[in-house]
Design a protein around this ligand. Sequence first.
Ligand code: CA
Length: 232
Amino acid sequence: MSKILIIEDEQRMADLLRRGLEEMGYVAFVAYDAEMGIRLFRSGEYDLVISDIVLPKKNGFELVKEVKELSKNIPVIMLTALGTTDDKLEGFDAGADDYMVKPFDIRELEARIRVLLKRKAATETPQEKELSYANLKVDLLTKTVYRGGQEIKLTPKEFNLLVYMVRNPERVLPRAEIAEKVWDTHFDTGTNFIDVYINYLRNKIDRNFDTKLIHTKPGMGFILRSEDEDKA
Ligand code: CA
């Protein structure tokens, strides 16, 4: 259940919003002025903030700035009865993500809430930390490679090439694809730099191990595969 903080000084409006959102399955909290809003925001974990612009003590623009300083990714929807373009621009300047002009239909507000929560969830997908294939492990944060628990030192280019292969295992990777995806360049058939790097990688990844992972498909490209087809 998403937690929404409503900052609105008009009690009737605030209650209407809170009840409406609760009926739609959200958990809603109300602050009646900006200071109380900031206090509540600091003390809880909210998924979204809805703030009026004209508030006692501090206006909604200042409040949004503070909220965004505390939590960069929190979506904020601003409410106003004014609806002038200036208001809107100032709101977006302060960091508001969306804007509703009073009076509005709560279903319209809910549609915007859903969009913003979805966007927030998408940006919060946890960072990919590790890749693995067979007994090969790639730590993407420290850029360290292990095979069977043994650290293997790679140059940045070798590392990028290996990461691409581990992300695309058991599939033939043509030289042109590797050139484009790893080197960001077009493959010129007159050069053999990819073969050179594949050999560097082989020496480091496969030489000391019985099971070879990097295989050449003559005339086609390379494949990362744990089945030892060189022996087969
Ligand atoms: Ca107000």
